[in-house]
Design a protein around this ligand. Structure first.
Ligand SMILES: Nc1ncnc2c1ncn2[C@@H]1O[C@H](COP(=O)(O)OP(=O)(O)O)[C@@H](O)[C@H]1O
Ligand SMILES: [Mg+2]
Length: 143
């Protein structure tokens, strides 16, 4: 699976942050498409895995993607080793695009009544298992 960059629309990003930032995001996606395995895309971020498979990298594709990345790294710092997947923010130069590095989570196929009640507080119940089999949220920028 690859991300088809031609089909993407960066106008919202350009409107919010200007053409230099929009171009830097496009450059980052082009580079990541060449280097890493594309995993999936949500409303605000395109996600790649590192070659070890232990981490994912979330590249923001909308202005909300920028704030989600910043919020997730802040939430993780405030509540490490809890229900939130381990996450660290890195700023990709030259422009400083905030790309979130997160531990890889295997999304769960369990139904809500088989999962603990905190899962209901996570948007879209986006949870799964970490490498040690612990249940964690992987999309929690709007917490
Ligand atoms: N930590 C993770 N481990 C494995 N897959 C992930 C992880 N985070 C995101 N993904 C995959 O990438 C997709 C988009 O990421 P997500 O965080 O949901 O972005 P958005 O905020 O745009 O919805 C998810 O639906 C999921 O398939
Ligand atoms: Mg999502």
């Amino acid at each position: 699976m690859n991300l088809i960059l031609q089909d993407m629309d960066f106008r919202e990003l350009e409107y919010s942050y200007g053409p230099t930032v929009a171009q830097a995001v496009l450059n980052t996606l082009t580079l990541f498409n060449q280097r890493f395995k594309f995993l999936g895309i949500g409303r605000n971020r395109a996600v790649y895995t590192t070659s070890s498979g232990k981490y994912v990298m979330k590249v923001p594709v909308t202005s909300e993607g920028f704030t989600d990345n910043q919020r997730e790294s802040r939430i993780y710092k405030s509540y490490p080793n809890s229900i939130y997947a381990r996450a660290h923010l890195h700023h990709i130069l030259p422009v400083g695009i905030p790309v979130l590095f997160m531990e890889h989570i295997q999304p769960t196929i369990k139904t809500l009544n088989e999962l603990p009640s905190w899962v209901m507080s996570i948007d879209g119940a986006q949870v799964g298992l970490d490498q040690n089999g612990n249940l964690k949220a992987y999309d929690y920028g709007d917490q």
